[in-house]
Design a protein around this ligand. Structure first.
Ligand SMILES: [Zn+2]
Length: 116
């Protein structure tokens, strides 16, 4: 006998789904979970936060589980002080005073016009 899972669509209310129509997504970094499905009636992609117990129950009922992680870039922050508005202004002034940079940019612009 197939298991019927009831879930809530914000547009349609309670909808009935089979285990194959849902996915459990678990963040392995913080342990938070959610279950996701596409509502057959309105086509909306829906995700609801779910406790570990609910995620485990859905998986035991045959729902596929997908583990995911936050991007490593969120953890590997560059060192040093934060970039400030004063830094931006200093950079702007340095660009205006950097003759070598201006020569390079003009040369690049000339090269682009001569080839393109
Ligand atoms: Zn719906």
């Amino acid at each position: 006998m197939a298991i019927v899972i009831k879930a809530d669509c914000p547009e349609c209310g309670v909808v009935r789904l089979s285990a194959g129509e849902l996915t459990v997504r678990v963040c392995t970094d913080d342990g938070t979970g959610a279950y996701c499905f596409r509502c057959e009636a309105c086509g909306s992609a829906i995700s609801h936060d779910a406790s570990t117990d609910v995620c485990d129950l859905l998986v035991s009922a045959g729902v596929a589980r997908v583990d995911w992680r936050w991007p490593a870039e969120l953890v590997d922050r560059p060192g040093g002080p934060q970039f400030t508005n004063d830094d931006l202004l200093d950079f702007h002034l340095q660009l205006r005073e950097d003759d070598e940079l201006i020569k390079t940019l003009v040369a690049l612009d000339d090269a682009n016009h001569s080839t393109g």
